[in-house]
Design a protein around this ligand. Structure first.
Ligand code: ADP
Ligand code: K
Ligand code: ZN
Length: 432
């Protein structure tokens, strides 16, 4: 097996020793910020008091609200002249938060990103098209710098304009795409509509991430685009993309433990969940100097995949993100994650590439409506067949989520689409 960086093969003991040393340095560095000096003093945490990884638990967690409260620069830990870049989270769940980077931070991040891409099989001779939005969002420049660090000819296409995306792919023989899953599905349909054979197209790898998606969606992307799709996880607070990535085994995402400490905690108690169980991913960035963040509560729900990966890299793997804690819907008293709906829908051949979940309240109780795009050839069916299909989908969803939804079948490409992360849920229960 080829590796990009020797750190990929560190043993568990070596990883632990490095984490402890870097945690101490990070605590020292973080104390240069107004926010952490106060926070760590209050908790009685000094760099010298970090003697082993057990001392991590003495550091109070950092919440998204802490970043909002210290906006714009309360967590900056270096003089302004050392800062070279600012990013903001895409604000999926509220006000944006800002992250600052020094020149070294940008370099470390690009190297982590390149390591991830190499692990998924990307090489310097690849032609790489990045369809993420450039701008404050980290999926643009973050991925771009990684691809360049690896040595790929990098095309910053940005999102949207599918015809132009396809032209770039064909004109320059693009071999690797970075694309969010919802757009990859759409692009796949667009190929089919143009009568293009996916097997004849040049891309062999897609890096997909930035939004939760099911295994069913990955398989669809692979067959629609005729390539291998690798899950890619990251968040602005931990730089952005490049935190955890699938290797070629496609069995969980290796999280780079020389650069991050990951914990999976019970969101209620803040205590570690038993090994292999689902909880909230809490992360500490061990390399950032401009704006270190300690024990960040990501709100992302996942678990550590037990055991060693067949590829031999000792870095632990996290499972596909189940959703955000904030994504959980409570409908008629039942807890539901949108991913459960997606998984059930996308397993059906009749279902097209887009769906939407709508919640309303009729004065007495919650009503769940699922709008489902049908594949073109199925939409041609007669009324009786469509009614049968509608019943079938409602039944499958009820078995999965224990609530019977109202199912509306719509034509392909009629549900609203966004250029960035897909908006799957419309909660109108608060509306009059
Ligand atoms: P925002 O929190 O506003 O979306 P970011 O751009 O920092 O801002 O997005 C990071 C978040 O995106 C993660 O916390 C996670 O919820 C989601 N995400 C990123 N990559 C993946 C992935 N591969 N699978 C599922 N969710 C992901
Ligand atoms: K090159
Ligand atoms: Zn592996």
């Amino acid at each position: 097996m080829e590796i990009y960086h020797p750190a990929e093969m560190l043993s568990r003991d070596e990883i632990a020793a490095l984490q402890c040393q870097r945690l101490r340095e990070t605590v020292r560095q973080a104390r240069n910020s107004r926010f952490y000096r106060q926070r760590l003093d209050d908790a009685g945490v000094s760099p010298e008091s970090i003697q082993s990884l057990d001392d991590l638990a003495r550091i109070p967690p950092t919440a998204k609200q802490d970043l909002r409260d210290s906006y714009p620069d309360g967590m900056v830990a270096v003089p302004q002249e050392r800062l070279v870049r600012l990013h903001a989270s895409s604000g999926t769940t509220g006000a944006a938060t800002v992250i600052y980077h020094t020149r070294e931070d940008i370099r470390t991040w690009a190297e982590l990103m390149a390591r991830c891409m190499f692990m998924a099989g990307v090489r310097p001779w690849d032609v790489f098209q990045n369809t993420s939005g450039y701008g404050l969002f980290t999926g643009g420049l973050g991925i771009h710098y990684g691809a360049e660090a690896l040595g790929c000819l990098t095309i910053p296409s940005g999102p949207g304009n599918t015809r132009r995306q396809l032209k770039l792919i064909r004109d320059f023989g693009v071999t690797v795409l970075h694309i969010i899953p919802s757009y990859a599905l759409y692009l796949g349909d667009a190929l089919a509509a143009e009568g293009l054979d996916p097997a004849a197209l040049s891309p062999r790898i897609a890096l997909i991430g930035a939004e939760p998606h099911s295994e069913e969606v990955r398989r669809r992307i692979e067959s629609l685009l005729g390539l291998k799709a690798y899950n890619s996880y990251g968040l602005s607070e931990m730089n952005g993309p490049g935190v955890a990535f699938e290797c070629q085994c496609q069995d969980g995402m290796h999280l780079w433990e020389d650069a991050f400490i990951a914990e999976i905690l019970d969101p209620e108690t803040g205590q570690p969940v038993p090994e292999g169980e689902v909880g909230e991913l809490v992360m500490t960035c061990l390399t950032r100097t401009g704006m270190p963040i300690l024990r960040y509560k990501t709100r992302d729900l996942t678990r550590f995949v037990p055991g060693l990966c067949a590829c031999g890299r000792p870095h632990r793997r996290i499972d596909r993100i189940k959703g955000r804690a904030d994504d959980m819907l409570i409908i008629k008293g039942v807890n539901i994650y949108p991913m459960q709906v997606e998984q059930a829908l996308m397993a059906l051949p009749e279902v097209g590439q887009n769906y939407q979940i709508i919640l309303t309240h009729d004065g007495r109780m919650d009503q769940l409506t699922v709008q489902v795009e049908l594949r073109e050839d199925f939409f041609q069916e007669d009324m009786r067949a469509l009614t049968g299909l509608q019943k079938k989908i409602a039944g499958i969803l009820r078995d999965e989520i224990l609530v019977t939804p109202r199912v509306e079948l719509v034509q392909a490409n009629t549900l609203p689409r966004t250029e960035g992360k897909a908006v799957r849920v419309l909660d109108k229960r608060g509306d009059a």
